[in-house]
Design a protein around this ligand. Structure first.
Ligand SMILES: Nc1ncnc2c1ncn2[C@@H]1O[C@H](COP(=O)(O)OP(=O)(O)OP(=O)(O)O)[C@@H](O)[C@H]1O
Length: 327
């Protein structure tokens, strides 16, 4: 299913030309009952990228995307979608923006086909229902009532609804929450197909793995504040995290030889096992030193920092711990 072409959403000339950014958010601030839940958040999403907003429960992700969709009015800041103000120019934004919001639910008794047909009526130039059903792998269940569809199929109906108006930009909020691993992977394939067809995707997730796998760039949000915006690799590099090299050897190897290498920040030795930490050039310099002394290391293992590690470095706690606190 994931290899199907999703070209149906390619932008056409009837929609307004995009501004320099597909989405622009500057200084976005929103409070509920005097409590600020989105605090001076700034980022831009460029045309054709998958941009993820990653953060624990309650971080302000949904409030941010609902502000982009014009469903919330910011207390302060500027939001633009393809150059249009989602509150003041609601109709124009609806023409360019598709939205799949968290826990979308449709009438249980309607079939997948009827749901898509209902939403087609909202747009001047909607996609063909049968084509959309086919491209999302829903043709076999087109006549099945929504309540009888699997979780993954229901999610695909909500994606179909977000796409039916041929959006330039689509918001997908917690798209894979509640899906089993296979349905999640299939949905990831659909999101990549969308990006490949030229649609800009703004993805909200609290799954690190999902952001790492899909996002061209991502924003880390924690307690309403933007912690960082970068590519997944850039976030890891920018967090200044160290690499770790483990190896064993029974050869004569003095720890101080390794410790004196400028790229090395620490050496820990337990019997014949060495654990060396240092910057990204440490691996090369340690292996060179071993080679120069004719030492062949055993059980060599390199631990690169992950996006999880970067979140800890930037937010001061793991994403899982942050989830627990929010619960
Ligand atoms: N309509 C509302 N009235 C009052 N408080 C709200 C409202 N909507 C959200 N909140 C609160 O604002 C904070 C941010 O919520 P938001 O849904 O934007 O976060 P989130 O990062 O999307 O979290 P989740 O992943 O749990 O959906 C939370 O503490 C939430 O309880």
């Amino acid at each position: 299913m994931t290899t199907r072409s999703m070209r149906m959403t390619a932008p056409d000339d009837t929609h307004p030309r995009p501004g320099p950014h597909a989405v622009e958010v500057r200084g976005l601030t929103k409070a509920y009952d005097g409590r600020t839940v989105v605090d001076d958040v700034t980022f831009t999403v460029e045309e054709g990228e998958i941009f993820a907003i990653l953060g624990p429960n309650g971080a302000g992700k949904t409030t941010t995307v609902e502000s982009i969709a014009g469903l919330r009015t910011p207390d302060a800041g500027r939001v633009r979608v393809c150059g249009q103000d989602p509150v003041a120019e609601r109709g124009r934004v609806r023409d360019v923006l598709g939205v799949q919001l968290q826990e979308s639910s449709f009438q249980d008794k309607l079939t997948a086909r009827e749901i898509i047909d209902t939403f087609r009526g909202l747009y001047p130039d909607p996609l063909d229902t049968e084509q959309l059903l086919g491209q999302l792998g829903l043709d076999g269940v087109a006549s099945t009532r929504y309540a009888k569809l699997s979780g993954g199929q229901q999610q695909r109906v909500s994606i179909a609804v977000a796409l039916v108006g041929r959006p330039r930009v689509v918001i997908l909020d917690e798209l894979t929450t509640g899906l089993d691993p296979q349905a999640r992977r299939e949905t990831w394939g659909l999101v990549e197909d969308l990006r490949d067809s030229g649609v800009t995707v703004l993805l909200v997730t609290h799954f690190m793995e999902e952001a790492e796998r899909l996002a061209d760039r991502l924003a880390l949000l924690d307690r309403g504040r933007l912690v960082a915006v970068d590519t997944p690799a850039g976030l890891v590099d920018g967090a200044g995290l160290e690499q770790q090299l483990r190896f064993s050897t029974t050869a004569q190897l003095d720890e101080d030889w390794i410790r004196r290498l400028p790229e090395v920040s620490g050496v820990n030795r337990v019997r014949d096992e060495f654990v060396v930490t240092g910057d990204e050039r440490m691996l090369f310099s340690v292996v060179s030193l071993l080679a120069a002394r004719d030492i062949v290391p055993g059980r060599l293992q390199v631990d690169q920092p992950t996006l999880d590690d970067a979140f800890v470095a930037l937010a001061g706690r793991t994403l899982d711990d942050a989830q627990e606190v929010a619960r």
